[in-house]
Design a protein around this ligand. Structure first.
Ligand code: FES
Length: 321
């Protein structure tokens, strides 16, 4: 089936095991056409059978225009996405892909980039490291894995010498001491973390204890840490200015659910507040932002809202829909 016009239809040109539980894939245009550019740390959405949409960081050099490379970890509790990529998406298969999106990227003003990766969370840093090497930017990496065999791209990364440190939990009897690694922060340093929730929490905690400025610590999430609807959530009303509709959002449903139930087609992808595809302009009211993509400034500005997870602090929100 051809990809919808707003998606790219690419072919799996190559694939290979990269480490224990990690598959590497190379996607190309079937006719050899150049692909839309991307920035270091950007990701794409893969549109998989059964309506699954999964996000994966692009891990090749962003100067390359002829291919997108991905690293996909096999999630033990996979809802189908990583399992499909590992066992069904073979070389030669066609796959619909969204255009690259830059939700996570290098801070232009940083004097040094300090990357902390957990497991498959290494992938966005691979394109960032390519960029740093190409442009002579200062960087270092702490790469945390449960065991050495699970560390994809290990040889290439360790080839950078003292810049890249591998921490295998089973060799050290436990997780890395994040506070110790982060200590020694210099003015102008920026810290970036991608990995499982406990690692992100440890980095956030250490950054707080070391008094790092919030804007200098960056996180990339690929799974929302909690339920999107919480106990105690209340119903509220949304007014859709362009459609002229007024809808009730029940306590146990999202704005996106309500809008779709009313027959209004609106883009969405992750449905967890991670991808920004369901963002709409907020015309009136105050949103309770529960996404992971808006900056503190964007939250405070109350100009847009993610329909899939956010709720209302006021009785009513007016949306540009
Ligand atoms: S669908 Fe991804 S943020 Fe809402």
């Amino acid at each position: 089936m051809p990809a919808p016009p707003d998606l790219l239809e690419l072919v799996v040109a190559a694939r290979a095991p990269q480490a224990e539980g990690v598959a590497w894939l190379e996607l190309r245009d079937p006719r050899g056409a150049p692909l839309p550019p991307f920035t270091p740390g950007a990701h794409i959405d893969l549109y998989l059978p059964g309506g699954l949409v999964r996000q994966y960081s692009l891990c090749n050099d962003s100067e390359e225009r002829d291919r997108y490379c991905l690293g996909v970890g096999l999630a033990p509790d996979s809802r189908g996405g990583s399992r499909y990529v590992h066992f069904a998406l073979q070389s030669g298969a066609r796959v619909a892909v969204g255009y690259p999106r830059a939700r996570f990227g290098l801070a232009p003003a940083a004097g040094r980039h300090r990357f902390i990766a957990g497991g498959i969370g290494i992938t966005p840093f691979l394109s960032m490291i390519h960029w740093c090497e190409r442009h002579g930017a200062d960087w270092e990496l702490l790469y945390c894995v449960r065991s050495r065999g699970r560390a994809g791209w290990r040889e290439a990364l360790l080839g950078h010498g003292a810049r890249a440190r591998l921490h295998a939990d089973d060799e050290h009897g436990g997780p890395a001491d994040i506070l110790a690694w982060l200590d020694g922060q210099r003015p102008g340093d920026h810290v970036y973390c991608c990995g499982p929730g406990p690692l992100m929490d440890a980095v956030a905690d250490a950054a707080g204890r070391l008094g790092m400025a919030r804007g200098s610590v960056h996180f990339e999430r690929f799974a929302a840490p909690g339920e999107t609807v919480r106990q105690g959530d209340r119903a509220f009303t949304i007014s859709l200015r362009r459609s002229g509709l007024e809808l009730q959002v029940p306590a146990d449903a999202s704005m996106l659910d309500a809008v779709e139930a009313a027959g209004i087609a609106t883009p969405s992808s992750c449905r967890e507040g991670l991808c920004r595809s369901c963002e709409v302009t907020l015309l009136a009211g105050i949103a309770d932002h529960r996404d992971y993509v808006l900056s503190d400034e964007e939250r405070a500005a109350q100009r847009s809202v993610m329909l899939c997870v956010s709720r209302a602090c006021t009785e009513r929100l007016e949306l540009d829909l």
